[in-house]
Ligand binder design. Structure first.
Ligand SMILES: Nc1ncnc2c1ncn2[C@@H]1O[C@H](COP(=O)(O)OP(=O)(O)OP(=O)(O)O)[C@@H](O)[C@H]1O
Ligand SMILES: [Mg+2]
Length: 731
């Protein structure tokens, strides 16, 4: 029964948790203390020493990437033990992924069509906008995004439209009406949004006791990572499944609860011991991830939150380098600084994928991406502007979705006139009205309208050829391989041509993305045999949302929001834009609870770093089209000076002392390019050029009469110019 390799690299508390007798366990511990590691070892230990079947374990992770990593680690462990097991068939996944799998298997019992379609957030919004039109609602008065947020919020709490109490509040009344109409549309079209996956999976347990009993018998062991971020419906789903007979191991950290805004309930941790009798609580206190400087800084920041469950975290590792704080002139300078540090890091022989750039808002990625592109540093983005979220990819996928299922209204709306084919807004409105009146899909409405000849000849012809185009693709979809089908979609619909014609680099990038889609289809491995490969591909694209965007094997810097960095670790981490109003986000500074959630996010960010952390902020920043002047974030001020080192650069600009007390001025060999002080201009200065218009100086190179200056122009992009000839005017 002994398996020394499974417990060799564990401390006492971890070993205890891994080898505990069957029972309910709550592992409550801070960042980097080995929670995820314990979870994986526990599964391996159950299988390898306790004779538990790997298929009777259900493990919930927070992202698809985490699920893949968990499988990879289990693969390795099983291989080492000489009992290879197909981990792809194991029930390891996110709540959404597992709910989807369940609904696929029991679609009939869940009252769904077999080939129901997952709606992502964009599709959902589009559908809600259509509901608005049908109800004659004013989108100015009640922004559709608010309705989206409302509907998802209700579903997360397990509340359906029919459960909603009559309200005298006009907002609630309107939202309830939108919710009801939206539900009806989804029902009719076989469309399932993300929150619906969870709610329906929960209702499946409640409505079909036989199915529930089957799964309760099947999964005596349930393990959940990142438990602090479960929402009400996830908790309920789990609670019902666990019943009285399954054992649950939940792993979490109240200090890392960062999804309150999406309905996550950190109280679920507190409820756990009450709801699961005989729970053993395990605390892990040693951190194995970060240097002492990084860990101490993180501890100091989170200490400012009230009402914590209280945990001690220590390390016996080295102090490491102090955290470097860089005050950039502007967002361009910040990006340039980061890319230079990454290049230095790579020159020292380190891999680029050991660096991560973390930011609070997705929009920040654009400037960083541009700087990386300029220096030809490969990068990959997790979350946010993901491959499958890109406009051109969604267009192509919508054609594939229609080929697979004609009644997919969001897909229909997306491509009916993309590329333009003479089907105007008026015709589309008529189709919508017809569909509404007859309670049918847009596709069915189009067919009937053509049969009844209710459209003008021109519109009718255009619509008929669209219908024919999709039908042909539909026929092909059963004959062709997936990548051939994708190719055929791109060509026959004119989509590739259409995007190629868009101006400049954007069009080119879109064309490249579309070509990349063919590759994605080519390498796609369908997990199941029974179902159509196309449908499986479409489902995977929706669920996975392309978490890994670039070539998986390329050594690339990782960019992501602080939210998506949860659970991950990197030797070198940059936190960009650590400024008041950006981080903490301006929507959160007034509200103490939200401010604490932002602080937990800062704690998550800092604790991602293993060896070295850079914190950057910009004195001026252009974001979302405006220019802002933000102060250094309060979270940085909460870090004691002894762990910080302000990066000083050679510059003609007097810089305000941002830190209290005297910051140690140790340039640490950081060599930033020339300041351009002999040109009369300075970094970050706004200038005007006769031909290129207005821009900001982001770089100097050389000296004297040959000094070149790099300017990021508002419209003309980034250019290198020789100062002497450029005739720049300061503005
Ligand atoms: N006993 C140990 N000996 C050596 N390294 C360990 C030990 N326990 C954990 N580690 C390492 O410490 C790092 C952090 O572990 P892990 O990711 O499991 O922590 P975590 O508690 O899940 O963190 P987070 O809260 O960020 O999710 C990993 O690199 C892991 O391999
Ligand atoms: Mg973890």
């Amino acid at each position: 029964m002994d398996a020394p390799h499974l417990v060799a690299n564990l401390n006492d508390a971890q070993r205890q948790a891994v080898t505990a007798e069957a029972g309910n366990q709550l592992i409550l511990a801070g960042a980097g203390s080995g929670k995820t590691r314990v979870l994986v070892h526990r599964i391996a230990w159950l299988v390898q020493t306790q004779g538990v079947s790997p298929y009777s374990i259900l493990a919930v992770t927070f992202t698809n990437k985490a699920a893949r990593e968990m499988r990879a680690r289990l693969d390795e462990s099983f291989r080492d033990s000489g009992t290879p097991i197909n981990t792809r068939s194991m029930w390891v996944g996110t709540f959404h992924g597992l709910a989807h799998r369940l609904l696929k298997a029991h679609w009939k019992d869940a009252n769904l069509p077999q080939n129901f379609q997952i709606l992502d957030s964009d599709d959902q919004l589009r559908l809600i906008k259509r509901v608005y039109q049908n109800l004659g609602l004013d989108a100015e008065q009640w922004p559709p995004r608010q309705a989206q947020w409302f509907i998802n919020g209700q579903k997360d709490e397990g509340v359906r439209a029919k459960h909603m109490q009559a309200s005298s509040d006009p907002f609630i009344r309107t939202m309830a009406a939108v919710y009801a109409a939206y539900e009806a549309d989804c029902e009719r079209g076989g469309l399932v949004d993300f929150a619906e996956l969870l709610l329906r999976a929960h209702e499946l347990w409640l409505n079909k006791p036989a199915i529930l009993a089957h799964y309760q018998g099947r999964f005596p062991f349930i393990l959940v990572d990142e438990f602090q971020d479960t929402n009400s419906v996830q908790y309920a789903w789990l609670r019902v499944l666990a019943g009285e007979s399954c054992f649950v191991t939940a792993v979490g950290d109240d200090d890392q609860s960062i999804y309150g805004w999406r309905g996550a309930k950190v109280e679920n941790i507190r409820r756990f011991s009450e709801d699961y009798p005989g729970t053993t609580t395990v605390r892990l206190e040693q951190n194995y991830r970060s240097t002492a400087n990084i860990l101490n800084a993180a501890n100091a920041v989170i200490a400012n939150n009230a009402g914590r469950m209280g945990k001690q975290l220590w390390t016996d590792g080295e102090d490491g380098e102090p955290i470097s704080l860089y005050a950039a002139f502007n967002e361009q300078d910040e990006a340039r600084f980061i890319v230079e540090r990454i290049n230095d890091w790579a020159l020292k022989g380190n891999r680029k994928d050991s660096c991560a750039i973390l930011y609070r808002s997705n929009a920040q990625s654009r400037v960083l991406e541009e700087a990386l592109l300029r220096e030809a540093v490969p990068y990959r983005i997790y979350g946010g502007q993901r491959f499958y979220d890109r406009l051109e990819i969604k267009n192509a996928l919508s054609y594939m979705r229609l080929a697979s299922r004609r009644d997919d209204d969001p897909a229909f709306e997306r491509v009916i006139n993309t590329p333009t084919r003479g089907i105007g807004g008026k015709t589309v409105d008529e189709i919508r009205a017809f569909a509404r009146e007859h309670g049918c899909s847009l596709w069915q409405a189009s067919e009937q309208m053509l049969a009844n000849r209710v459209l003008t000849a021109r519109a009718g012809n255009a619509l008929a050829s669209f219908i024919k185009l999709i039908d042909t693709l539909g026929e092909k979809s059963s004959e062709l391989k997936l990548d051939q089908l994708a190719e055929s979609v791109l060509e026959s619909t004119g989509l590739l041509e259409f995007h190629k014609k868009e101006k400049g680099e954007k069009g080119q990038a879109r064309a490249e993305n579309l070509e990349e889609l063919i590759t994605a289809c080519r390498v796609f491995e369908a997990p199941e045999d029974e179902e159509s490969v196309l449908q499986q591909f479409l489902d995977t694209a929706s669920l996975d949302a392309g978490e890994a965007q670039a070539d998986e094997f390329e050594d690339a810097v990782q960019l992501m929001t602080l939210h998506s960095a949860k659970g991950l670790e990197f030797p070198l981490v940059f936190m960009a834009g650590v400024e008041e109003n950006l981080f903490p986000h301006k929507m959160s500074v007034e509200d103490p609870d939200r401010l604490e959630e932002e602080r937990r996010l800062a704690y998550v960010g800092i604790t991602r770093a293993m060896e070295k952390l850079y914190i950057c902020y910009a004195e001026t920043r252009r974001l979302h089209g405006g220019e802002t002047f933000n102060a250094l974030s309060r979270f940085v001020k909460e870090i004691p000076n002894e762990y910080l080192d302000e990066v000083r650069i050679k510059s003609t600009v007097t810089r305000p002392a941002r830190l209290q007390g005297k910051a140690p001025a140790k340039p640490k060999g950081l060599r930033i390019s020339d300041s351009g002080s002999d040109t009369g201009f300075r970094l970050g200065q706004r200038v005007a050029h006769k031909k290129f218009g207005e821009g900001v100086i982001v770089h100097f190179e050389g000296s004297g009469s040959s000094t070149r200056v790099q300017i990021n122009f508002n419209d003309a992009g980034v250019k290198w110019l020789v100062v002497q000839y450029a005739k720049l005017d300061p503005i």
